[in-house]
Design a protein around this ligand. Structure first.
Ligand SMILES: NC(=O)c1ccc[n+]([C@@H]2O[C@H](COP(=O)([O-])OP(=O)(O)OC[C@H]3O[C@@H](n4cnc5c(N)ncnc54)[C@H](OP(=O)(O)O)[C@@H]3O)[C@@H](O)[C@H]2O)c1
Length: 261
């Protein structure tokens, strides 16, 4: 299937590794011009803009660079998110995060996306439309005693997508959500990362958390974590005009983790 992305301009946040890197590479392979925003560069075929998205002025700089290099923005993938700089997840218990933790969580996961969208929409309108994909998490749909601040921020991302899809559909901008479950990225695998934190809670080592404990405890029907490319492929489809009637949708890619009907 030709995704008809050739020559389109895509901005991807958090594109130096993990899901964002897979998205940036995939869109570039499909012929898009990619502008990758992160603090450190990626090896994707992309123009890198070095920004800290905790800085409220950063999104406007990213979009300005896309306009300068390629004349505008057609696709925006708000992927940057997860634990904000300095934080490690999972974090158990409502009493654990303080006000500063809550604020940082919302800055990184919600407000950076809000500001990216605010910066990109005028260019999309000028070009007759566009596609925005916001990355949420199954934690934004499933209640639990871990990551309460992260869950709330990711639920807000889903609400944001849905509201904007209604507002901007008449003007040709589609807004969708991709909701990953547990994805095998640095966030899980790095030293001191989620697999080790999870392992210390249940008395298991990092490798067995990744291959057995997490899939079992999280109820992953496929028996394994999701591969970043499996998220990137869904993002590419939503970015494509081939999904022209898909807006306000949520693609859950979680290996069968969420069980509600
Ligand atoms: N992995 C999972 O299990 C999982 C599950 C559900 C949802 N998600 C969501 O998927 C998205 C990507 O997760 P991931 O696992 O791919 O994350 P990751 O491997 O930790 O990568 C995070 C990306 O964000 C960038 N980033 C971090 N802090 C930044 C900052 N202050 N300013 C700009 N960029 C920053 C990082 O680049 P630099 O360090 O170079 O800045 C990196 O490119 C997130 O929204 C996350 O919530 C992930």
């Amino acid at each position: 299937m030709d995704l008809q992305l050739s020559g389109r301009v895509a901005v991807v946040t958090g594109a130096s590794k993990g899901i964002g890197l897979a998205v940036a590479r995939t869109l570039a392979e499909e012929g898009a011009h990619v502008v990758a925003a992160s603090r450190t560069p990626a090896d994707a075929k992309a123009v890198h803009v070095a920004v800290d998205l905790m800085d409220p002025d950063a999104p406007a700089r990213v979009v300005a660079r896309a306009v300068e290099e390629f004349g505008g923005v057609d696709i925006l993938v708000n992927n940057a998110g997860g634990p904000p700089p300095g934080a490690t997840l999972p974090r158990a218990g409502f009493m654990t995060p303080d006000d500063a933790d809550w604020a940082a969580m919302f800055e990184f996961n919600l407000f950076s996306a809000v500001r990216m969208i605010r910066a990109a929409v005028p260019s999309m309108l000028e070009r007759g439309g566009g596609s925005i994909v916001n990355v949420s998490s199954t934690m934004g749909r499933q209640a639990g005693a871990v990551n309460v601040d992260y869950s709330a921020a990711k639920a807000a991302v889903r609400a944001l997508s849905k509201s904007l899809s209604a507002e901007y559909a008449p003007q040709g901008i589609r807004v969708n959500t991709v909701t990953p479950g547990a994805v095998l990225t640095d966030w899980w695998t790095r030293e001191g990362g989620a697999a080790e934190v999870f392992g210390s809670m249940v008395g298991a080592d990092r490798d067995s958390v990744l291959t057995e404990v997490a899939p079992t405890m999280m109820g992953l029907a496929t028996g394994r974590l999701v591969h970043p490319q499996e998220i990137a492929d869904a993002v590419a489809l939503l970015a494509s005009p081939r999904s022209g009637s898909t807006t306000g949708a949520e693609f859950v890619i979680d290996g069968g983790q969420l069980k509600e009907i």
